[in-house]
Unconditional design. Structure first.
Length: 154
């Protein structure tokens, strides 16, 4: 029987119910799950100078606290390079990658992963929210997991 090792990535900055839901759904699909936390360097490139709000180590620790049976790791700052991603998947024996249905790069990621023989599973997003949206709309704070994230609104 093939050992199922799944992988899902994200920034996981202001941790919200959408993040938790995605990870729980991925976790239920495989024997072992790896959650990749984007490095501070990559978040800054992807989200801009004011991000991340929480250091990569804090983001990792928060997820590990909620999901003690999941391997949570900080991704290389070079994870944006296809060869780095492919080496990561190979070294960690990942055979299932989970992508959120609202991922802006969904089609591009699917093509790359399938080309490299990795099974791709699309997870339907139950909460159409993001940390960026929460920062813009105070009413969305109800979705936050950690109370100390609310300090960004004071």
């Amino acid at each position: 029987m093939e050992r199922e090792i799944g992988f899902i990535t994200g920034v996981f900055d202001l941790l919200h119910r959408g993040h938790i839901d995605l990870i729980e759904k991925a976790k239920n699909e495989v024997n072992n799950l790896i959650v990749g936390v984007e490095s501070d360097f990559r978040v800054n490139l992807l989200k801009g100078d004011n991000r991340p709000y929480h250091h990569e180590q804090k983001r990792k620790e928060r997820l590990a606290k909620i999901f003690p049976d999941v391997k949570v790791m900080i991704l290389s700052k070079k994870f944006g390079e296809e060869k780095v991603r492919q080496m990561f998947l190979k070294e960690n024996k990942v055979n299932h990658v989970f992508l959120a249905s609202n991922d802006q790069l969904l089609k591009k990621k699917m093509i790359e992963l399938k080309k490299n023989g990795v099974k791709v599973k699309i997870i339907k997003v139950a909460y159409l929210i993001s940390s960026t949206q929460i920062l813009k709309n105070k009413e969305l704070m109800k979705y936050l997991v950690f109370e100390d994230d609310k300090i960004f609104y004071e």
